[in-house]
Design a protein around this ligand. Sequence first.
Ligand SMILES: *Cc1c(COP(=O)(O)O)cnc(C)c1O
Length: 474
Amino acid sequence: MTPEEFRAAGHVLVDWIADHRARVPDLPVAAQVRPGEVRDALPAHAPDQPESFADVLADLDRVVVPGVTQTQHPGFYGWFPSNASLASVLGDIASGGIGALGITWQSAPALTEVEQVVTDWLRDLCGLSPQWRGAIQDTASTACLVAMLAARERASDGSEHRGGLQALDAPLVAYTSPHAHSSVPKAVLLAGYGADNLRYVDVDPVTYAMDPEALRRAMAEDAAAGRVPAVVVAAVGTTGTTAMDPVRAIVDVAGEHGAWVHVDAAMAGSAMLLPEMRHLVDGVEGADSLAWNPHKWMGTILDTSLLYVRDVDHLVSVMSTTPSYLLASTDAEVVQYKDWGIPLGRRFRALKLWFHLRLDGVEAIRARLRRDLANARWFAEQVGAEPGWRVLAPVELQTVCVRHEPEGLDGDALDAHTLAWVEAVNATGRAFLGASRLDGRWMVRVSVGAEATEREDVEALWALLREVVAGPAA
Ligand SMILES: *Cc1c(COP(=O)(O)O)cnc(C)c1O
């Protein structure tokens, strides 16, 4: 494809994207396909000869769009807000267009330095002190794995450079909440701690936040038995209910054992942009690493996750590799992001954040987050005031956990009712919600915060929910 051919097709594609976004509210929220349907709609072999751009575009409409759950839809309340602001889409296009290779500072100095600038901008916007230095990771899952590796190496005094974990006398132990995201135990296991050395610490029965006294007991017990308390992952915004583990108390307890504290604020981290919400991360300055996802609620398109650490030298000592072909005379003066994480090559992801912040502006982003907090509170108030309905957990941010509990229904029958009505809501195509288990029973999570969701949409959702539970479908 020549630049001139790209120009012609690119204009058409940008128009298509703008039209697509404009019609998203009219599409069903949930993907409309059965397993295998998308594959079956496409040829089994790649074309030998070039096809027309019009044919490719037509397949986007015919095959791809119906095969996507429309997370940009105003009726999307599933999992978590997965916003893809159009300003950041432009940054993504620019990143692809420049086609930079990010393997070292030398390979694209601007790629490194724009990333330094935007991670510093966001650190300051979140009220974090300059002791933190950040890098973009693809996802919070990767960020957590990197943190678990850094913690492992600190607790084992650089065991990777000797016999590794296999030569340690005492096992390293990791601690987290049973409500932590599944990526946390995954990272602990992948980093080699072993399932036997992963402790799920008790939580408060009402708030679902980690109980720091239970953490203290668990760490003391391990230490007394000759094991090494190595790392605690504090979930700031758990997956199920957005519970807030108390960071300050966790940092204090972990400090008694010199354990690393990683704060997983993947979803809730966007709230740090709001000064009035920063009490939720009180004590974070004492943690060792912090990850959050602008690609969720804040709305910089995937894959834009931030990992901040306090001790960059330690991280680099764990991650660095310096093959001769990557050495350069400027090495002492520059940041080499390849030494801050797992991949060598990186995309120019910083442009997504740079475009998003510059084109939308921080005040508009903050206003949208505040709108969503108010919408979630409004919704929780309606549910709480309606007989037969219950809000099941504190509404810390924009997630409201609800259940419709008709008189006489409990146990498995109540579970069946819950799953039936959430499925009925999703089948309308007007809204999309997720079910999840809490205290052994199904409940429904209403995660407010799609960029397009206004108060009237939340009002429509509440009307729809009441309509569905009253109707024959439930
Ligand atoms: C979404 C989420 C994750 C995982 O995020 P990815 O970027 O998809 O890996 C981890 N932890 C929490 C608390 C989350 O909300």
